[in-house]
Write a protein that binds this ligand. Sequence first.
Ligand code: HEC
Ligand code: HEC
Length: 264
Amino acid sequence: MRAVAAIVLGLIACAAFAAAVVLRPHLPPAERGRRLAERTGCFGCHGPGGLRGAHNPGRTDKTVPGYEDDLMMYAKTPEEIREWIRDGVTAKKRASQTWREQRERGALRMPAFRGRLSEGDLDDLVAFVMASAGMPEPADSLAAAGLARAEALGCVGCHGPGGRLARANPGSLKGYLPSWDGADFPELVRDSTEFRQWVERGVSRRLEADRLARFFLGRAVLKMPAYGRRLDAPDVPALWAYVRWLRTPGPALGTQAEGLGDHP
Ligand code: HEC
Ligand code: HEC
């Protein structure tokens, strides 16, 4: 009897472990950064999502910069973004008399977060700011066309700028909407054929055939739309080229992704 109980307990432990591994959240760095920015007060000055800075009376630029449109005027590299967050300014700007006067005159001043945030936190915030600013841009023209289509088709509303966020999605299996550069992606999209199915039909045939997956897909608040009729012929290859570029491992993007092998 006792032996049977031990085996049963062992099996339950194994199942719980397997479930924990499968369900473990794999938030991409930009999403960790977005959630951290929310908790750290950044949006109080930089506006909702960091996209619409508050009025900043006294300064000639009139508002706190947003990450999307203004960033390039303040920071050209990931290291400069890091300096802004860590030190409240870049070394270059600090040397400028004009900047020092502007900072004095403004009601709102960028705080230095040194000491409040770990190096890993800074990495995540930099990844988030870069994703919001669309940095870096794909150099390959097909990938760039794919990004433009992702914006025009509204994909970035749910998947975040450049498909790099993982917003909350209540009722879904992991509780968030998978990003295109995240570690969950290869589980959901094995190749270009499955990618096409997701985009055209709103789900892959493989997941559709899986009872458990179907249950969670049906229950989630946000559902992947079926874009079938709305797509032009070159859209799927362009979107796929963009996703492949995004998943190419490299320090510039700060992704946790593994590359994808096949071609559309
Ligand atoms: C009290 C208001 C305030 C808060 C809070 C704040 N910032 Fe800023 N931030 C500013 C201002 C003002 C500037 C413009 C700096 C200047 O020119 O002096 C700025 C500039 C920046 C820049 C460079 C310009 C740009 O377009 O983004 C970055 C990056 C940045 N902040 C990130 C952050 C992050 C990340 C947080 C949270 C960890 C944060 N900020 C919190 C006010 C704030
Ligand atoms: C209304 C929100 C919404 C929009 C708009 C949207 N998606 Fe999705 N997408 C989802 C959800 C939700 C899932 C995840 C299904 C799940 O929970 O497994 C998903 C999954 C995916 C996946 C599967 C893998 C992964 O890791 O993301 C791909 C690929 C994808 N979407 C591409 C696109 C493309 C390309 C567009 C634009 C043509 C788009 N999506 C527009 C909500 C959306």
